[in-house]
Every structure is written in structure tokens, then in C-alpha cells.
Design a protein. Structure first.
Length: 201
């Protein structure tokens, strides 16, 4: 095997948890086969070994991640990112400051204990009452469709003692939402609420 001009034999040397086993190649980058103390074998560039760019196969990072997950319950997961987003939003946006969660939710473990893992990838964190703060009694995992119905922009309609958004009323009486809105604009609420002929059938 042709060796580079400034070749340095690293066989048997240790770099972090690596022990250099043998030379692999001396092409554009000199590669060494290295055995980690955990038993894994990898090919590592000489430069990464000598400059400290690689000191193990990744087992240390994996162990640290596992320790963090054990400590926090699900650190690094989507739930953790949602929790961080909630805290950041309440700290940086004036209209959210009055809706900040209780002190115990400053700890992710408590948030996860109260909320649990989200049911699916389509679920996000929602406040049941948009005027109330975040907290275990006012938050749930909801789909984006459910959240859209609960925004402050959603117009609620009360009819016969029941309150729903326009979309839900339109679905119930069997008409298109746009058509239902046109009804509301030109007719009384009583007439707007009449079921479509298709719904009656």
C-alpha cells in the first residue's frame, strides 16, 4: 500500500475511546480502522483522530441522550418542542403573557404528566378557552380542524339552546358552508337553519 509522504503510523494509539487497529487506506484521506471501548469498529480519518474531531463511535452521545430522556421523560420529542414553543410564545408575545401556564408547567416533566403523549402526528396543543391561560384544566391535544373551530376568529351561533361554529351547523343541516353563510347574510337565523332537501331525504 502506497503511503502518504508525511505518513504517521497510528496503530495501537488511543484517541478518546478509540483504539487504532490498522491502516485502511492512504488516498485523499488516510483512514484507520478503530475499535471503540464499547466494541464498535469504524473507519475514521487520521485528521479527525489527531485533532479530536472523533473520540468515540457515538455511544457517549447516545448514553447522554438516554440519560436526558430518563431525566425529563421525553426530552427532544415533539411534545418537548411543543412545550418549549408554548413557554417561548408566552414570554415573547404581549397578548400571551396573561395566558402563561402555572409555575409547575415550567418543568417539562409536569407538563408531560398532565398532558401525556399526543395521540397522533396531527394533534397539537390547544387551549379549550382561548381567553384563559395554559394549564392542565384548559389544555388538550386537538387536531388542526378542531383548533380552527376554536380560534377567536370563529363565529359561534346559538340556536335552540346549542352553540356551534358555522361549519358544524352547516354540516348538521346538510348544506355547504359558503351557502350557509349566504343564508345568514340574507335570511333570519330561523330560515338559515332549515335543513337542505337532501338532508331531509
Amino acid at each position: 500500500m502506497k503511503r502518504a509522504y508525511n505518513f504517521q503510523d497510528l496503530t495501537g494509539q488511543r484517541f478518546g475511546l478509540w483504539e487504532v487497529v490498522r491502516l485502511v487506506s492512504t488516498g485523499r484521506a488516510t483512514l484507520w480502522s478503530c475499535r471503540c471501548d464499547c466494541g464498535n469498529v469504524r473507519e475514521v480519518r487520521a485528521g479527525n483522530l489527531k485533532q479530536g474531531g472523533s473520540t468515540n463511535c457515538g455511544c457517549v452521545r447516545d448514553a447522554e441522550t438516554a440519560k436526558r430522556n430518563e431525566t425529563h421523560g421525553a426530552c427532544g420529542t415533539v411534545e418537548h418542542e411543543i412545550w418549549r414553543g408554548m413557554l417561548k410564545r408566552c414570554a415573547s408575545h404581549p397578548r400571551y403573557k396573561k395566558r402563561a401556564p402555572p409555575p409547575e408547567w415550567q418543568d417539562f416533566k409536569n407538563f408531560l404528566r398532565d398532558m401525556g403523549l399526543r395521540p397522533s402526528a396531527s394533534h397539537t396543543l390547544e387551549r379549550v378557552d382561548n381567553s384563559a391561560p395554559y394549564g392542565p384544566n384548559n389544555c388538550k391535544w386537538a387536531t388542526r380542524a378542531e383548533q380552527a373551530r376554536n380560534t377567536s376568529r370563529t363565529q359561534l351561533i346559538t340556536y335552540n339552546g346549542r352553540t356551534q361554529c358555522q361549519t358544524d351547523w352547516a354540516n348538521e343541516i346538510g348544506v355547504d358552508v359558503s351557502a350557509f353563510r349566504r343564508r345568514l347574510a340574507k335570511d333570519t337565523l330561523e330560515r338559515a337553519m332549515r335543513p337542505s332537501e337532501r338532508k331531509i331525504k
